[in-house]
Design a protein around this ligand. Structure first.
Ligand SMILES: Cc1cc2nc3c(=O)[nH]c(=O)nc-3n(C[C@H](O)[C@H](O)[C@H](O)COP(=O)(O)O)c2cc1C
Length: 198
């Protein structure tokens, strides 16, 4: 894979980052810009039931951080330490008043989330999709209206860590891991395994 175009480079750079530089916070304006773009992403029957909330205030960051789970596959890892926490979050909802069965629109959510992350990476930021969160606690704190179902949270900031992409090994494991230098490795299935055409 030589001569990557710009988008391909962004796709490769867009890893799930979980440690951030607390001294270089992502701003409300940065995140607002990403929501301006997701307005134009595809939507099932163009229903556009997704809604968004931008969190950057310290007390909001703390509450969300306490109610999400990072990298469940890493033994003994409880997410970034205090100085390296995400500096912003985008919560993605599906409005049940528009789409009574929100699960049917999780493809829309995925498209929106990836678009947000690619734009963040292009601006020198990055983040991680978070599907593992305590919805009840987050709802209680923010008092979001009942019709808004939280589908995904995106943690964002200025990434600190380097992440290594590699092909899955002979054991076929897709489990990400950290080596003895704490470098994060992400095994991806090789093209020959995922593309049916021979
Ligand atoms: C829908 C979805 C939900 C995810 N939820 C979490 C999560 O709750 N916590 C977490 O640390 N990573 C989460 N991830 C990130 C994956 O762990 C990550 O994509 C995978 O390890 C591969 O790494 P990569 O994104 O750098 O390719 C999620 C990813 C997706 C697509």
């Amino acid at each position: 894979m030589n001569n990557h175009g710009n988008l391909k480079k962004l796709v490769l750079k867009n890893r799930s980052y979980r440690e951030f530089d607390g001294s270089l916070p992502i701003s409300y304006e940065n995140l607002h810009g990403y929501i301006e773009s997701v307005r134009f992403t595809p939507s099932t029957v163009n229903l556009q039931p997704l809604k968004y909330y931008i969190a950057v205030r310290p007390e909001e960051l703390k509450l969300i951080r306490e109610n999400i789970k990072f990298a469940g596959l890493l033994p003994g890892y409880n997410g970034p330490d205090k100085e390296h926490n995400p500096t912003g979050y985008i919560i993605i909802f599906t409005d049940k008043d528009i789409a009574p069965k929100p699960e049917g629109f999780d493809k829309d959510v995925g498209i929106a989330a990836q678009t947000i992350l690619l734009e963040a990476v292009e601006e020198g930021f990055g983040g991680c999709m978070i599907g593992s969160f305590n919805e009840a606690e987050i709802r209680r704190y923010f008092n979001f209206p009942e019709n808004l179902s939280i589908r995904l949270i995106i943690a964002l900031g200025k990434p600190l860590t380097e992440i290594v992409l590699e092909d899955t090994g002979s054991d076929g494991s897709t489990a990400y891991y950290r080596d003895k230098n704490s470098v994060h490795h992400v095994p991806k299935r090789p093209l020959s395994e995922i593309l049916l055409n021979k």
